[in-house]
Design a binder for this molecule. Structure first.
Ligand SMILES: [Zn+2]
Length: 60
């Protein structure tokens, strides 16, 4: 189920404040930071983005 339209536009990475893009590449939905030096991937649980740095998956 896609995130609510427009929601992505108001979300920003809590670590670097860059915009987020939704990723369907992973098995589970994620919001991936578009910041060049950041790139954290935040989990989406029950259609609710978890924008916590502690919960984010760090890029390899
Ligand atoms: Zn970021």
């Amino acid at each position: 189920m896609p995130l609510e339209a427009g929601l992505l536009e108001i979300l920003a990475c809590p670590a670097c404040h860059a915009p987020l893009s939704d990723s369907t590449a992973a098995d589970t939905p994620e919001l991936v930071c578009t910041g060049e030096d950041c790139g954290l991937a935040y989990p989406v649980r029950d259609d609710i983005p978890v924008l916590l740095v502690d919960e984010a998956r760090r890029p390899a």
